[in-house]
Design a protein around this ligand. Structure first.
Ligand code: ATP
Length: 320
């Protein structure tokens, strides 16, 4: 649904995106993570045909973003970080106007808008002017605008930043529903819990390049090693520690607990439990120690410090 190959973007002499390639299939959420100024928004703007790449190519919903930018813009839903809304319009008028721009019939726009305004708890405020809306309310209207024409592809740049926890939850549920209905979604976020909850695949962008990518499981294993396990016992561990150390890599231990790594928990954990049982050491619990995406992310960002190159553009700077 989304295929990008070697995308580059220069702003004057500044090389903001330096060879990004990615793929997102229908029914998948790709989370783009990365520090401020990494190039996530610029990538999304190129993929949604708002900004023309200087080099590289991308096809979105079957259309080339450079050859058919107008078609791509109609095919995608875009939520930008700072959505410009028409402040003097009411939410309903704004959405009907936007539906018309997208070529929807008025009745269709009205029905979709009503549905979404109710879902995002804006129905009671539908006839108020947008300049009286709070930040979070504006963000919700912008999200409704992105979803109004029921696009196959959605680009959501920081969709929940301004929202209260309950609204953020509603938005995350909406994103999960979109994924279930086979939409392809690119989500830029600094909220790692959000990425953990929604992303099928994660790409970490730094200095205009993808510096790490994979599923959360793959990235965790790659960056933090084999899963960490913890066994807790009711009796003080003595001779068992040396015994267990021959089976697994022990990371740390105390009187009644022990942490270890194993690449084959299916085999190792049952035999470790058997060993403890035979030694007469009752086990209270054996569990995997949770590892957060945050620690993976910080490891990636800490380890990858490519040199910043400000090159001379290969192509002309093309305004949005
Ligand atoms: P954030 O997480 O802060 O939103 P980001 O990863 O989305 O950051 P971008 O907005 O893509 O980052 O910006 C990438 C780099 O390109 C930044 O250094 C930014 O200053 C620069 N940049 C973006 N848009 C322009 C522009 N229109 N003109 C000049 N430089 C720009």
């Amino acid at each position: 649904m989304i295929e990008a190959s070697d995308l580059h973007k220069y702003f004057g002499q500044f090389h903001a995106v330096r060879g990004i390639s990615l793929q997102v299939a229908a029914g998948q959420v790709l989370a783009l993570l990365g520090p401020n100024g990494a190039g996530k928004t610029t990538t999304v703007r190129m993929l949604s045909a708002i900004l023309k790449p200087n080099r590289g190519s991308a096809r979105v919903a079957g259309h080339d973003v450079t050859v058919e930018p107008q078609v791509v813009r109609h095919k995608v839903g875009l939520l930008t970080e700072y959505p410009g809304l028409y402040a003097r319009m009411t939410a309903v008028d704004y959405l009907l106007f936007f539906g018309e721009l997208q070529g929807l019939h008025r009745s269709e726009s009205a029905a979709r808008a009503a549905d979404l305004l109710k879902r995002f708890d804006l129905w009671a405020a539908r006839d108020r002017k947008l300049d009286g809306y709070s930040k979070g309310m504006k963000q919700k209207v912008a999200l409704i605008r992105a979803m109004l024409h029921d696009p196959d592809v959605l680009f959501l740049d920081e969709p929940t930043t301004a929202m209260d926890p309950q609204s953020a939850r509603t938005v995350r549920d909406a994103i999960a529903d979109l994924r279930d209905s086979r939409r392809a979604i690119v989500l830029c976020t600094h909220n790692l819990t959000e990425a953990e909850a929604l992303a099928d695949y994660i790409a970490v962008v730094r200095d205009g390049q993808i510096v790490a990518e994979g599923t959360e499981y793959q990235l965790t294993k790659q960056l933090l090693g084999d899963p960490l396990w913890e066994v807790r016992t009711t009796r003080v561990l003595n001779g068992e520690v040396a015994d267990i150390g021959r089976m697994v890599q022990i990371e740390d231990y105390g009187d009644t607990w022990l942490r270890y790594r194993t690449s084959q928990p299916e085999e190792t954990n049952p035999s470790l439990l058997r060993r403890l049982h035979t030694a007469g050491t009752p086990v209270v619990s054996l569990s995997e120690v949770p590892r957060s995406l945050e620690s993976v992310y910080l490891r990636i960002i800490g380890e990858t410090q490519p040199e910043r190159m400000a090159g001379v553009p290969d192509g002309e700077e093309v305004p949005a």
